[in-house]
Design a protein around this ligand. Structure first.
Ligand SMILES: O=c1ccn([C@@H]2O[C@H](COP(=O)(O)OP(=O)(O)O[C@H]3O[C@H](CO)[C@@H](O)[C@H](O)[C@H]3O)[C@@H](O)[C@H]2O)c(=O)[nH]1
Length: 350
């Protein structure tokens, strides 16, 4: 599908962008991949790392309608990954989250329409479902803006979305933090031992987004099923892998976070199609006002529980270890740790 085509990825220098670009360049033979982002240093690093003439780098902010409009010219497929995604910064500066996640998305959608883009996929998160913090609330509106367009007869672009839970080993997240604490011999800071999260390796997230672009129909949201783990079990799994016995320091639930995350609401489940690895949730409603006032859906299924980190398949400590060992970053951390501790033993022996 991407062969000979031009792709654009907003926020393209992030973890997702890097892995995504690697995959499409290696396997899909696109004509051009445009990386649209704000940070020149990250673009420079990526340009050197990939050294591929099919990659084009454009500096710009999704907040800037004109800049995203120029970048979008001649583009066939858009992957919208740019976002403010840290919970605390969005809590402190919610208007900034509105500017990037809501108004920025509006700009991306308008630019795509104007440029005659064929299809666009937005990347969302479980934090956008029944959201309690500004990051999730603005991502929920990002979804809403996108799917509202999918309902319009005027839309020439096919709009789809994906949602997934916590990407394992993503920048600033708990797995690299726990590893750092283990290596430094510090206590492991657990917020709440029973707290659960849906864990997904980055490679799976990239596959889901590509799948959505290839198979999504107008207004489809694809949700990747994932396995879940408690924070306590995650810490135990890492301590076991690193053969470490750091003490545990329970610091309590942080501001703006949930005990469990929801990936699909009961209402969405009621209209979704279930596959082995994912749900396809079609867009609801339509442009008919009666559907919102007088004409409900008598065929709607009755579902009381959503798909959450509390009821998805819960991994045991050893299953978490198997999943962790699939991540190249964790294997590299383990190698360097074993090398370092081997070195210490040698020194002591000498
Ligand atoms: O010192 C710490 C830090 C975190 N946690 C827990 O570990 C889990 C995961 O935390 P973290 O990796 O910080 O992820 P989340 O807060 O769940 O949010 C992440 O996952 C989201 C997707 O759901 C992304 O959008 C966010 O950017 C990303 O930070 C949570 O239960 C935390 O309470 C601890 O126990 N100790």
């Amino acid at each position: 599908m991407f062969e000979g085509k031009t792709l654009l990825v907003t926020g393209g220098t992030g973890s997702f962008g890097n892995d995504f670009v690697k995959l499409v360049l290696a396997d899909h033979n696109p004509r051009r991949v445009v990386v649209y982002s704000r940070d020149e240093k990250k673009q420079h690093d990526m340009r050197l790392a990939f050294a591929d003439e099919r990659l084009a780098f454009v500096i710009g902010d999704v907040r800037d309608r004109q800049a995203i409009g120029s970048a979008m010219r001649g583009v066939d497929y858009v992957f919208h990954a740019a976002a403010l995604k840290q919970v605390p910064s969005c809590e402190f500066f919610p208007i900034e989250a509105v500017r990037t996640n809501v108004l920025g998305t509006h700009n991306v959608l308008e630019a795509a329409e104007d440029a005659g883009v064929q299809k666009l996929v937005v990347l969302s998160t479980d934090k956008a479902v029944q959201p309690i913090n500004a990051m999730g609330q603005t991502k929920a509106l990002m979804e809403k803006l996108t799917f509202a367009r999918s309902l319009s007869d005027q839309s020439r672009v096919t709009y789809c979305g994906v949602r997934y839970g916590n990407v394992m080993y993503s920048r600033g997240s708990v797995i690299p933090l726990f590893i750092q604490q283990i290596k430094a011999g510090k206590p492991i800071t657990i917020t709440e031992p029973r707290m659960t999260r849906l864990l997904l390796p980055l490679a799976e997230a990239v596959r889901l987004v590509t799948f959505a672009m290839e198979h999504g129909r107008q207004g489809d949201l694809f949700v990747r099923k994932a396995t879940t783990a408690t924070v306590q079990d995650l810490a135990d799994a890492l301590l076991g892998l690193f053969k470490a016995d750091n003490p545990i320091d329970v610091v309590g639930v942080r501001a703006g976070e949930k005990l469990h995350e929801m990936l699909v609401t009961p209402e969405e489940l009621a209209r979704s199609e279930e596959f082995d690895d994912y749900y396809r949730v079609p867009c609801e409603g339509g442009r008919d006002y009666a559907r919102y006032f007088t004409q409900g859906d008598t065929k709607s299924r009755f579902v009381t529980e959503g798909y959450t980190s509390a009821n998805a398949y819960t991994l045991s400590v050893s299953e978490i270890q198997v999943l962790l060992l699939q991540l190249p970053e964790v294997r590299a951390e383990l190698d360097s740790w074993r090398g370092a501790s081997g070195g210490t033993q040698l020194k002591v022996a000498a």
